[in-house]
Design a protein around this ligand. Structure first.
Ligand code: NDP
Length: 404
């Protein structure tokens, strides 16, 4: 534990001076800055904006499963920057790559596992959390294995490729009496959080409409996009990969889920990228409150935005869900103002990871639980069906189809 005794002594000394003396500090003879000698000296604990990071031994141990692009570019560096979490094990189908990653992140070679040896995680008490960062089709099987090893699980989006698989993962969590979280990082992204705060406070006025558009180019020359063109592995195209941010985000802002949906999808003929999965997906969402929203996703353009159309202000997150450089602008016909101009997007990764570590260590509710992933997958299934059948579909509150 950090020693705050110096800080406490300073506080008590300041208190004894009385409020006036404290307020005039800087000019007062009792100003502690006057006591600073010219040479090197110890000083009281600084006042930190947030609690200091936990000592390594007190942090929750994480095993990262699948050492691909997202895991190496964002997850592992964020675990290293986190305050409550640390990487203690890796699971990979490529032992040579795993050894290199382990060396870079200070993970013991004894804590390297393959997909076929994951059950041995049960014998590693350092691992409390298993983070599944593999292609979508493998999420259920690996999640169930991790629960069977007695670990808590955080799983990447989309949770799985069907609602039935999502339910299997939730059931496995219950059977193991462990926690399940879906890695919807935008719930910790400062610009998204500020927009949600403004929405809830009524700063935007009445918001009857929102739109969200999530697009990024699909490039199969990159290994990470090679499985994304395969329906059996990816589960779908742009909708499941990035349109899911639009669906999840709009339900979060509105605090409700749609009760009717219509949709269309498109795959340009002759483009081998879209032989099995869709390029553009569009949907109209109607909500029980009477609100309406449109979403689009696509695999050719490059932009990810959310617009909340209030009658006082329109809040625009653009980009809304990028890894860095997210922005929030509130505007009406007369003025536009950028909110949160500091670059803070990186906080989404550490915030997300440390949230789960805190829940695992101390209890409390998971902000983005497995049930949220299941809800979103049911909605995605309804949207694909609405697009195929070219008609509006009514939904129950749990996102199952009404009347079928
Ligand atoms: P990559 O292809 O870069 O990495 C996937 C890794 O999974 C591979 O490197 C491999 O790791 C392992 N793997 C296991 N089985 C397979 C298989 N059959 N085919 C390919 N790889 C396999 O993908 P991403 O990192 O982009 O995506 C991984 C997951 O993370 C997906 O679910 C995706 O939706 C999600 N994601 C989430 C993001 C977010 O912002 N939250 C951003 C990007 C992705 P190894 O060689 O170590 O076994």
């Amino acid at each position: 534990m950090p020693d705050h005794s110096n800080a406490r002594r300073l506080f008590l000394a300041g208190g004894a001076l009385g409020l006036g003396a404290v307020l005039t500090a800087g000019r007062s003879a009792a100003d502690p800055s006057k006591e600073i000698p010219a040479g090197p000296t110890g000083r009281p604990d600084p006042q930190l904006e947030e609690a200091p990071p936990l000592a390594p031994a007190q942090r929750v141990g994480w095993a990262v499963v699948g050492l691909g692009h997202y895991a190496q570019a964002y997850v592992l560096p964020a675990l290293a920057r986190s305050r409550r979490s640390r990487t203690v094990a890796l699971v990979s189908g490529n032992p040579e790559k795993a050894r290199g990653v382990a060396a870079r992140h200070g993970v013991s070679e004894r804590a390297l596992y393959g997909y076929d040896t994951m059950e041995r995680l049960a014998d590693n008490p350092d691992v409390a959390v298993v983070y599944i960062v593999t292609p979508n089709a493998s999420h259920p099987e690996l999640t169930v294995k991790a629960f069977e090893a007695g670990k808590h699980v955080i799983c990447e989006k989309p949770m799985a490729n069907s609602a039935a698989e999502c339910q299997r993962m939730i059931d496995a969590a219950r059977a193991a009496d462990r926690r399940l979280m879906i890695a919807y990082r935008a719930h910790w992204e400062p610009h998204n959080l500020r927009a949600k705060q403004m929405f809830d406070a009524g700063d935007l006025g009445a918001v009857w409409f929102a739109s969200s558009d999530h697009h990024r180019p699909l490039d199969p020359s990159r290994p990470r996009d090679q499985w994304r063109v395969k329906r059996a592995v990816a589960g779908g195209g742009s909708l499941v990969d990035i349109g899911i941010y639009a669906l999840n985000g709009l339900q979060w802002f509105f605090g409700e889920s749609p009760n009717a949906v219509a949709a269309t999808m498109q795959a340009p003929p002759g483009d081998p990228r879209f032989a099995e999965v869709e390029n553009v997906f569009t949907a109209e969402l109607a909500f029980p409150s009477g609100r309406r929203a449109t979403i689009s996703s696509g695999y050719t353009a490059d932009k990810k935005r959310i617009d909340l159309w209030g009658d006082r202000l329109v809040a625009t997150l653009d980009p809304a869900t990028a890894y860095q450089g997210n922005r929030l602008v509130v505007a009406n016909a007369k003025k536009a103002e950028e909110v949160l101009t500091q670059e803070t997007s990186a906080a989404q990764f550490t915030g997300e990871l440390d949230h789960f570590s805190q829940v695992v260590a101390e209890g409390g509710a998971v902000r983005t639980p497995g049930e949220m992933g299941l809800r979103d997958m049911r909605l995605i299934e309804a949207l694909y069906r609405a697009a195929r059948e070219r008609r509006w579909l009514d939904l129950n509150p749990d996102m199952t189809l009404r009347g079928t």
